[in-house]
Design a protein around this ligand. Structure first.
Ligand SMILES: [Zn+2]
Length: 322
């Protein structure tokens, strides 16, 4: 039975049009048990929630405030990975400590393992450190157009793994994609409110390159694309000089990173110029907010980030309420 089901999955991957509805029904047990899906980041889990709704059983590995760059799997994580029918992770070395495990599991019969950001067209990605074996910046969710493509990747993966629910997945993905179109438009309009010369986003680690490219913000960070190495005093000093020179009105802390780095930049600017650069608020860089809050969804998290950025960088001109 298991073999027939896997054969059916393969046929459906090759000929998705033939599988709007499964041609032969799986056993009652298999039909009743929902697909179990493990998503590493909250961002990916949010896509699964929007595309699958209640049709799958979803596990999210990394909760609010958890840094994916440095996260190491526990024993209970490993058993969740082993039990999941589908594992969806970001890839491009975002979950650097988990990749080896996922590579191993990808070879197992009956299991689907997909690095969603690695399915995007290479030409759409920003580069990282190709000479160090790290070709691409993994923080793709910060460009809503790229994240729409990830919705497509997740949809196709779920259809292939669970053809019986194909229509649900496809219809939901379509609705959610329209929501993301509206979000993309919203961010474009919000950034327009920041005076041109003040469109500089300064953060602790370099998670916002895609946001900068897509929406027209210069991006500067103390640390590189990963948080795996500590920021040095030289990095802090170099960034403080940029902040001083460009008269950047505000700099931002991140929910997954200690505020010390950005506070050190603030102190260095103070020492150099006497000016007090504002801490413009807290951004969700690599994790989202608490489940059940607006920031616990991808759309809400992106809106929070852009509203925080716009309010802090354009406060004197827009007359923000503080
Ligand atoms: Zn990051």
């Amino acid at each position: 039975m298991r073999v027939r089901w896997i054969t059916l999955m393969l046929i459906c991957m090759l000929l998705p049009a033939a599988c709007g509805r499964a041609p032969t029904a799986p056993s009652a047990e298999e039909a009743d048990a929902p697909l179990t899906v493990l998503a590493t980041t909250q961002q990916i889990a949010d896509v699964v929630e929007n595309v699958a709704g209640d049709a799958v059983e979803l596990f999210t590995l990394l909760g609010p405030g958890i840094d994916p760059h440095t996260y190491v799997a526990t024993e209970s994580d490993i058993s969740t990975f082993t039990d999941a029918d589908v594992i969806l992770y970001n890839g491009h070395h975002l979950e650097a400590q988990l990749e080896r495990i996922f590579d191993q599991l990808a070879g197992e019969e009956g299991k689907t393992v997909v690095a969603v950001a690695e399915q995007l067209a290479e030409t759409s990605l920003l580069s990282w450190e190709p000479e160090a074996g790290l070709p691409n910046d993994p923080h793709v969710w910060n460009d809503v157009r790229l994240w729409k493509d990830v919705v497509g990747v997740v949809g196709e993966t779920l259809v292939a793994a669970d053809p019986a629910n194909a229509q649900t997945y496809q219809a939901n993905a379509e609705v959610y994609t329209a929501e993301l179109d509206a979000l993309h438009q919203y961010i474009l309009e919000q950034v327009e409110q920041i005076p041109q010369e003040q469109r500089v986003l300064v953060t602790a680690h370099d998670a916002f390159g895609y946001l900068g490219r897509a929406y027209g913000l210069a991006v500067e960070a103390v640390q590189g694309l990963s948080t795996a190495t500590e920021a040095g005093t030289g990095d802090v000093q170099a960034l403080a000089e940029i902040v001083a020179e460009r008269e950047v009105p505000a700099i931002f802390i991140e929910t997954t990173i200690s505020p010390r780095t950005i506070e050190a930049v603030q102190a260095a600017v103070r020492a150099e110029t006497g000016r007090e650069v504002t801490i413009g608020g807290e951004l969700y860089s690599d994790a989202m907010g608490d489940p059940g809050t607006p920031e616990g969804t991808y759309v809400g998290m992106m809106r929070h980030n852009i509203d925080t950025i716009v309010s802090a960088l354009s406060a004197p001109i827009t007359g923000a309420d503080e």
